[in-house]
Design a protein around this ligand. Structure first.
Ligand code: HEC
Length: 211
């Protein structure tokens, strides 16, 4: 495009076309080539404790890059999780990192809510900023509050509002994931924690109440 002012020969068309193409790219929100989405279906998920534990939660990687995921999960200063990362705290809620450029608002995290049973998982809901869990809570609205270096991972002390579940309740949910072998043998401590959780969900106030 060395001749942008070559009016005689209609040379203005080239810069115009380039500008239109650029505009189209920007409007699509994808000025750079975006990698194909990582396919995720019911069979992408399984027994939570077969993932790799990191402090209280579990991680995996659908593209086989577990080392990359663990590096960020274990970093004391945070980082950006690589594509394919799977993060779970409870059996029914999952975050999966899609390739860069997939969704700017969620930093490419796709949120999932699952139904889990002995014979496997069923995706009940999936998506980005719009996914609401079975208690009426919007995944994105809570997880966006994590300070940027934690890449949407809340844990405790990362800036998110806390959830009303104790550590005993969370581990009881993990131990009784019906997709795991032996999940039906419930310890007395886990049974007590699950009972307290059920009572909490019946209570009229609190973050876990359906609205
Ligand atoms: C009421 C706010 C809230 C809502 C709604 C919520 N979360 Fe979370 N989530 C949290 C908090 C806080 C933690 C950390 C809890 C802890 O470690 O004790 C957490 C933990 C997690 C973790 C483990 C990694 C981490 O961030 O610590 C995943 C994965 C997760 N949530 C996914 C989801 C998905 C998927 C949904 C929607 C289906 C969802 N969450 C809805 C607040 C929320």
């Amino acid at each position: 495009m060395n001749r942008p002012f070559d009016f005689r020969r209609g040379g203005y068309r080239l810069p115009l076309r380039a500008a239109l193409l650029l505009l189209a790219g920007l409007t699509a929100g994808a000025p750079l080539a975006t990698a194909a989405p990582i396919p995720v279906d019911d069979h992408s998920f399984g027994c939570i404790s077969k993932l790799t534990p990191v402090r209280g939660f579990f991680v995996g990687n659908l593209l086989g890059n577990l080392d990359g995921t663990l590096k960020v999960a274990r970093s004391p200063t945070g980082g950006v999780y690589p594509p394919g990362s799977v993060v779970q705290l409870v059996p029914t809620e999952v975050m999966v990192k899609q390739p860069q450029g997939f969704n700017a608002a969620t930093k490419d995290w796709e949120f999932f809510e699952l139904d889990v049973a002995k014979d496997g998982s069923k995706i009940r809901k999936r998506g980005f900023a719009e996914v609401v869990n079975r208690f009426g809570g919007n995944c994105f609205a809570c997880h966006i509050k994590a300070k940027p270096q934690w890449d949407f991972v809340c844990e405790t002390g990362h800036g998110c509002d806390t959830i009303p579940l104790t550590e005993a309740m969370l581990t009881a949910l993990q131990h009784t994931d019906p997709r795991c072998p032996g999940a039906d043998k419930v310890s007395a401590a886990d049974a007590a924690a699950l009972k307290a959780l059920a009572d909490l969900q019946k209570a009229p106030a609190g973050g876990a109440k359906k609205n």
